[in-house]
Design a protein. Structure first.
Length: 452
C-alpha cells in the first residue's frame, strides 16, 4: 500500500459538515413538501432553524407562575438590571467604534467574532459552547414562560430549536395578549430571560471559583512560557514551551510585572542567572545565559521567550476572584473575559501542567477535572454573553421591547396629551432607529479598520 493511500483528506471535516447540512436541508424540504411544516403546525421554521412545538409543559409553567407577587418583584429587578446592562453593552459598542480608528486592518477582529455561536465564532469551542448555549437558552426561555403566566399572559407552546444540531429552546407567548398587557407586565416578561442568564452567570462562576480555590495549586510560582523565538538565548538554553520562569537575574517573578521589570534591568550581552521549573523533569532548573539585544529597545537585554501575560498564581486568581486582581477589579474582570483570546480557556494541553490537584480531589484524573472546570467556565461565560446581547436595544431582542416601552413611558410623562396609539408609534420609530444604530456600531468596528 503506497503512502498516498494512507494520506488523510485535509478537507474531510468540511466535507462531513457539508454532508450533514445537506441532509438537514433535505429533511426540512421533505417535511415542507409533505405539508407537515408551516405556521400553526407542530413543525415550523424560524429562519433556517426548525421549531418543534408542543403544548406539554404549559401546566408546569402555570404551577411555577402562581406565586404572582414574588415573580412580579423578580420581574421588576430584571427590568432595572436590563436597563443598566443595556447602557453597559451600548457603551462598549461605542468604545469599540472609537477604538476602531486606532487599529490597523491586521489588528482588526475577524467578522466571525461578532457572531456568538459555537463553530462560527473562533473563540467559542464547539463542544463546551453548544452545551452552554443550550443550557442558557433553555433556562432563558423557561423564565419568559414562568413570568408570562405569573402576569396573566398566555403561552401557546413550548419547544426546541434545531439548526443541524439542537441550538436551544423557545416559549411561544400569545402575541395578542402580550401586546394588550400593560407595559410593566410585558416588560417583566421581557426582562425575565436576561435576569435568568445573569443569575446563572453568578451561579456557575461561584461554582467554578470554589472548585478552583479548593482544588488546584501552581506547580511553581512564575511565568509560563508559551513559545520560544528561534536563534535566541532561550532557544540555546534548552527552554521549551510549558516551562515556568521563577527568577530572572536573581529577581523572583511571581507576577508578570515582576518578570517585565527584571528583564528591563538587563543589558545586551549580559550574562544572567535564570531559574525555571520544568514540568517534563518535575523539578526546578538553574542555569546561566547571555542575553541578546532587544529588537524593540537596543539598550535592553532580550531573552527570546513568548511569555504568558499572567503568572500561574495570577491565572488561578483570575479564575477564583478576578475582582481581587493586583491590577484592579476592572483589569481582573477583563482578564477573566478574554481568557479564550489568550488561549487559556478551555484549559487543556500544557496549561494543565501549570497546576496539580490538591484537597479532596487530589486523586481525580486531571483531564476529567479540567473538563468539569471548563464546563463551568463556559456556562458562566455564555450566560453572560446571552444576557448582555439580549439587552441590546435591537428588534426583536428582549432589549428592543424594553427600550420601546421605556421610550413610550418617558414620552407619556412629557406629552400627556398623546394617545396610546401615538405613544406606540413614537416608541416604534425610536426602536427602529436604535436597531439601525446598533447594527451600524456592530459593523463599524469590523469594517472601519479595513478601510483606513
Amino acid at each position: 500500500m503506497g503512502t498516498s493511500e494512507l494520506a488523510v483528506d485535509p478537507y474531510l471535516g468540511y466535507e462531513i459538515a457539508l454532508a450533514v447540512i445537506a441532509l438537514y436541508a433535505a429533511v426540512v424540504y421533505a417535511l415542507h413538501q409533505s405539508g407537515r411544516l408551516g405556521p400553526g403546525k407542530a413543525l415550523s421554521l424560524f429562519g433556517p432553524a426548525l421549531m418543534i412545538k408542543t403544548q406539554r409543559g404549559r401546566s408546569a409553567l402555570d404551577r411555577w407562575g402562581r406565586f404572582k407577587r414574588f415573580w412580579s418583584v423578580i420581574g421588576d429587578v430584571g427590568i432595572g438590571l436590563s436597563i443598566l446592562a443595556m447602557g453597559v453593552i451600548v457603551g462598549l459598542l461605542v468604545f469599540g467604534a472609537i477604538e476602531s480608528f486606532r487599529i490597523s486592518a491586521a489588528q482588526a477582529p475577524p467578522v466571525t467574532e461578532a457572531i456568538g455561536l459555537p463553530g462560527i465564532n473562533p473563540i467559542i469551542p464547539i463542544g463546551y459552547g453548544i452545551l452552554a448555549l443550550v443550557v442558557g437558552v433553555v433556562l432563558h426561555e423557561l423564565s419568559h414562560g414562568v413570568l408570562a403566566r405569573s402576569q396573566g399572559i398566555g403561552v401557546k407552546s413550548l419547544g426546541v430549536l434545531v439548526c443541524v444540531v439542537p441550538i436551544g429552546a423557545f416559549v411561544e407567548q400569545d402575541d395578542a395578549e402580550m401586546l394588550a398587557a400593560p407595559r410593566r407586565k410585558r416588560d417583566r416578561v421581557a426582562a425575565a430571560g436576561v435576569l435568568a442568564n445573569f443569575a446563572l452567570t453568578i451561579l456557575f462562576f461561584a461554582l467554578l471559583s470554589s472548585l478552583i480555590a479548593t482544588s488546584i495549586t501552581p506547580v511553581a510560582d512564575g511565568i509560563p512560557i508559551q513559545g520560544i523565538v528561534s536563534d535566541t538565548p532561550a532557544a540555546n538554553a534548552t527552554l521549551v514551551p510549558g516551562d515556568i520562569i521563577t527568577a530572572v537575574n536573581g529577581t523572583l517573578t511571581p507576577t508578570y510585572s515582576d518578570f517585565e521589570a527584571a528583564l528591563a534591568n538587563t543589558t545586551p550581552h549580559e550574562t544572567i542567572p535564570l531559574t525555571y521549573y520544568s514540568p517534563a523533569l518535575g523539578h526546578t532548573v538553574s542555569t546561566t545565559l547571555t542575553l541578546a539585544a532587544n529588537p524593540n529597545d537596543k539598550t535592553r537585554g532580550f531573552l527570546g521567550v513568548v511569555a504568558l501575560g499572567l503568572s500561574t498564581s495570577e491565572l488561578k486568581q483570575t479564575l477564583v476572584w478576578p475582582l481581587g486582581s493586583d491590577q484592579g477589579p476592572l483589569t481582573g474582570t477583563v482578564y477573566w473575559l478574554i481568557l479564550p483570546l489568550a488561549g487559556l480557556e478551555p484549559v487543556s494541553g500544557a496549561t494543565t501542567g501549570y497546576f496539580h490537584l490538591t484537597g479532596p480531589l487530589a486523586g481525580v484524573d486531571p483531564g476529567t477535572f479540567w473538563v468539569g472546570a471548563n464546563i463551568l467556565y463556559w456556562l458562566a461565560w455564555m450566560n453572560l454573553l446571552l444576557g448582555l446581547s439580549n439587552t441590546l436595544p435591537l428588534f426583536p431582542l428582549d432589549g428592543g421591547l424594553l427600550f420601546r416601552d421605556y421610550i413610550a413611558s418617558i414620552a407619556a410623562r412629557m406629552r400627556r396629551g398623546w394617545s396610546e396609539a401615538r405613544l406606540d408609534q413614537f416608541a416604534g420609530r425610536a426602536v427602529t432607529l436604535s436597531s439601525l444604530l446598533v447594527l451600524m456600531l456592530l459593523v463599524w468596528q469590523f469594517l472601519v479598520p479595513r478601510l483606513l
